[in-house]
Design a protein around this ligand. Structure first.
Ligand code: C5P
Length: 220
């Protein structure tokens, strides 16, 4: 099986770019952030403090989370329910960032991610795919863009979907998540030693997809 690892900060366009690249090369696209979001959502529903490891860890044994793939689209199933839409709120983003710093949560999701890559050719995106989950991935890419550009893209997406959004709030949430993700003790967000760094600041989506697909093809 072939694995392509794509890591990078929130809002770098990983999911959109990687999904399109996966379609072009016929791999399945796995968004691992969705798993952390599902755990975050579960803990919010239980009313626990999502950054409290003592409260979160014992509840993990009740969490049944799986990914289902239909026509190349990933669905997130939490305790038998499709939560693919419910996990996309700002509240769940922050909860995911909080639970992701808890070592027991990372252990809990580790084998699920590994198993998917054992049986499928994958483009897997996350924060620690090239460093921890799939250290032997054939191609590793670290996708990034300036915080302001990432916040602008996220803001425009929200407005397009008809959601309420405030640019400075989006930027400040994103900076908080960047800080949490890159300063946590376990599996912090860092480029793998042999990752190709791709900065998409100033690119259109099409240019980024083109750039990523060509890097992948060249390095496979
Ligand atoms: O990618 P996305 O923004 O949906 O991820 C939500 C959160 O899950 C991130 O802010 C990060 O804290 C966490 N995450 C992680 N490791 C991954 C994927 C996501 O810690 N492989």
């Amino acid at each position: 099986m072939t694995a392509i690892a794509i890591d990078g900060p929130a809002g770098a366009g990983k999911s959109t770019i990687a999904r399109r690249a996966a379609r072009q090369i016929g791999y399945i696209y796995v968004d691992t952030g969705a798993l952390y979001r599902a755990v975050g959502l579960y803990m919010l529903k239980q009313g626990v403090d999502t950054s409290d490891s003592q409260a979160v860890t014992p509840l993990l044994k009740q969490v049944h989370v799986t990914l289902a793939f239909q026509n190349g689209e990933q669905k997130v199933i939490l305790c038998g329910e499709d939560v693919s839409c419910d996990i996309r709120t700002a509240e769940v983003s922050m909860a995911a960032s909080n639970v992701s710093a808890i070592p027991a949560v990372r252990d809990f999701l580790f084998s699920l991610q590994k198993d998917i890559a054992k049986t499928n050719d994958v483009i897997m995106d996350g924060r620690d795919i090239g460093t921890v989950v799939l250290p032997d991935a054939q191609v590793k890419i670290f996708l990034t863009a300036s915080p302001e550009e990432r916040a602008r893209r996220r803001y425009e997406q929200m407005i397009k979907k008809g959601e309420q959004a405030d640019y400075s709030e989006v930027l400040s949430d994103l900076k908080t998540r960047d800080y949490n993700d890159s300063h946590r003790a376990v599996a912090p967000l860092v480029p793998a030693a042999n990752a190709i760094i791709v900065d998409t600041t100033g690119n259109t989506l099409e240019q980024s997809v083109e750039q990523l697909t060509s890097i992948i093809k060249k390095n496979l």
